[in-house]
Design a protein around this ligand. Sequence first.
Ligand SMILES: C[S@@+](CC[C@H](N)C(=O)[O-])C[C@H]1O[C@@H](n2cnc3c(N)ncnc32)[C@H](O)[C@@H]1O
Length: 207
Amino acid sequence: MDASDWNARYDTSELIWKGEPNQFLPPEVADLTPGTAVDLACGEGRNAVWLAKQGWTVTGVDFSDVGIQKGRTLAADNGVEATWVVADATTWEPPTEGFDLVAVFYLQLAAEERRASMTTAVRALGVGGTLVLVGHDLLNLTEGYGGPQNPAFLLTAEDILDDLTAAEVSLDVELVTEKAGRIERTVQTDDGERTAIDTLVRVRRVA
Ligand SMILES: C[S@@+](CC[C@H](N)C(=O)[O-])C[C@H]1O[C@@H](n2cnc3c(N)ncnc32)[C@H](O)[C@@H]1O
């Protein structure tokens, strides 16, 4: 889906993801001291706004200007401020000082673009900073609920670790892997609870 497809999807008065943070975000940042954060592919801003409410100084980046506008509204409705940027995650030039936290949640890209977006994510990471990526795992296609049905837009922890290794080499930085694997997400449906299978990768930049 390109930016115009996402704009069309977001062009509703309701929030598609209801304004609540993804269930994996709060536990993944619970042990971090709030500092600066970027939510790459922030969509309607649910995760960015939640981080701002926890005291983080947040930048939300997405190539959908309709999504970004909804993020601005969600922030105002919650009484918090954030910086909002309309940009492509594969080419965005982050500020050179680097963020303490880079969050990438459910950015669905084919392999080549995904690798470019991971380079952006690592470029955005300051020394000592943490990168948290959550995405739809490839296994979800056959054993999980919902999510994209085209395998080209699904991923594994190994894919992301390979992308991050390429970014380490090209950017001359050093990352330490803290978590890399599958994680189950409970989804409420009209037919009861279902289980979706996600990928979770968490790394820290040490140099
Ligand atoms: C499934 S939504 C997830 C939004 C948000 N991260 C969340 O969890 O609520 C995927 C988002 O990725 C954005 N996106 C897709 N490709 C992108 C790209 N190349 N650059 C920036 N944003 C992109 C879309 O506009 C959309 O907002």
